[in-house]
Design a protein around this ligand. Structure first.
Ligand SMILES: [Zn+2]
Length: 182
């Protein structure tokens, strides 16, 4: 009973969306219960499908969970978030470099994708991006390119790339199924 009242209070706060003038809550919260953490302005999150919870709900982690990790997620929600995170890496690049021209943005997204593929397919540890020798090598190829940090590369960018591949496999399977049925 107590838990329920805490959750409904939080839902009211979210509906207001004007909390301390902050950003509106991400829609991904529709699939997570809000958990109040005492003495902390950040909210915990619990997946409504598998009940896994975080002390601090971060939309990026929550989306990756629904798209790639949740064992009990509904198929349509999984597909929705596979699409979201596979396109988000480009959107983030656009936000970070809003003063750059369109070509540079597209180029950076393409380079980051190629970089993730190189690291994954060749089994290179992600820690290499922190090496001054690697950074020096990259800077000498293209001075303007900013290497993503190790956690961004192994987190967001890797998740985006896995989401891309999963979506392609999904489409391929649907095509094969149509062939068999047709
Ligand atoms: Zn889950």
């Amino acid at each position: 009973m107590d838990d329920y009242s805490i959750i409904s209070e939080d839902i009211e706060i979210i509906n207001n969306n004007q909390r301390r003038g902050g950003k509106p809550k991400d829609r991904v919260w529709d699939y997570f219960k809000v958990i109040d953490v005492p003495n902390n302005s950040h909210k915990g999150a619990q997946c409504v499908f598998c009940s896994l919870s975080w002390k601090r709900g971060k939309p990026t982690d929550m989306k990756a969970h629904l798209a790639l990790k949740c064992p009990m997620v509904n198929h349509n929600v999984k597909l929705e978030y596979l699409r979201t995170i596979s396109s988000e890496d480009l959107e983030q690049t656009i936000q970070n470099q809003s003063d750059d021209n369109d070509n540079n943005i597209a180029d950076t997204a393409k380079i980051n994708k190629a970089l993730v593929r190189l690291f994954v397919c060749c089994g290179i540890p992600f820690s290499i991006v922190d090496s001054p020798f690697f950074q020096d090598f990259v800077k000498s190829l293209c001075y303007k390119y900013e290497l993503p940090g190790r956690t961004t590369l192994s987190g967001n960018y890797l998740d985006a790339e896995i989401a891309n591949i999963t979506l392609k496999v999904e489409e391929e399977l649907r095509f094969l199924k149509n062939l068999t049925l047709g």
